[in-house]
Design a protein around this ligand. Structure first.
Ligand SMILES: [Zn+2]
Length: 282
């Protein structure tokens, strides 16, 4: 069934587990993720990011993601990750996405807060949930979200997080605690004390971006310390490509590869769902 993040994240926060957002760029990836959710009876957030739209447009993706989500036997949120412009965010809402992230994290603090507050009003009137980001989750050189050569994370300030969550009314808040988007070259240094402090004063469910490549222990600790949603793309993206590479032999065609890559995405997704503690919740 199709739901918004407001239907999933408050419970996740109360029960100390996290729901995964798995970004998808084609039908096989989407099916792999949804099959994982149904097999594990887990809630799931599925969608795409503005930066991934050159690979599949919002129109194309929503044409099959919406019916897949509606007929699924577990709750599914259709989410736009890192909407960078108001145009793109409103387009997603028009197309039937039930949740959007409006990423104004590269704006100054007050501009970020003002723009996101206005969008929250617009979205809530339509039953759509909104995620904001405060601080800035940086990107590795290999990431699709790299904003430039000097892209460094700016850690989220706990007091600002409280004010931001209160003023904007966001349903989920992405915080910067030392992760970066894309695959890691060096081991990330996570600021668990900062996360714990934010989670203790902000009641809004918190989101971890840049989770691909973290250790299992890192995930468990961030979730235990207040993360209710984790974004994943790199892990399922590489699982897909690796499976295609490993299985291909001369003479094989696309239809030989499709079930293999779908299963690889499903298995990578299930691994994360087990880790996040959301398996068996529905
Ligand atoms: Zn992100």
């Amino acid at each position: 069934m199709l739901v918004s993040m407001r239907d999933l994240l408050p419970r996740a926060k109360a029960e100390h587990y996290a729901v995964g957002l798995f970004n998808t760029v084609d039908l096989e990836m989407a099916k792999g993720v949804i099959e994982a959710a149904e097999e594990l009876r887990a809630p799931v957030i599925i969608g795409t990011a503005e930066i991934l739209t050159p690979y599949a447009s919002l129109e194309d993706l929503s044409a099959f993601l919406l019916p897949l989500a509606k007929k699924a036997t577990v709750p599914i949120v259709l989410h736009l990750d890192h909407g960078l412009t108001l145009d793109m965010v409103k387009k997603a809402i028009r197309l039937g996405f039930t949740s959007v992230m409006f990423d104004c994290s590269t704006d100054d603090y007050y501009s970020n807060m003002g723009k996101v507050r206005a969008l929250v009003r617009y979205a809530h009137e339509r039953g759509i949930s909104v995620e904001g980001e405060l601080g800035h989750v940086g990107a590795n050189a290999s990431s699709a979200e790299n904003h430039g050569p000097n892209d460094n994370s700016i850690y989220t300030d706990p007091q600002q997080a409280l004010e931001y969550a209160t003023v904007t009314g966001v349903d989920a808040l992405a915080v910067a605690i030392g992760t970066a988007h894309g695959a890691y070259k060096e081991k990330p240094r996570l600021d668990f004390d900062r996360l714990k402090e934010i989670a203790s004063i902000v009641s809004t469910p918190l989101v971890l971006h840049g989770g691909s490549g973290l250790s299992d222990d890192d995930f468990k600790r961030t979730i235990a310390n207040g993360i209710s949603k984790v974004n994943i793309f790199t892990d399922i993206n590489t699982a897909f490509a690796r499976a295609a590479h490993e299985v291909w032999k001369p003479g094989m065609g696309q239809t030989d590869i499709m079930p293999v890559v779908r299963l690889a995405v499903k298995e990578a997704t299930m691994e994360k769902m087990q880790l996040f503690g959301c398996a068996g919740k529905y």
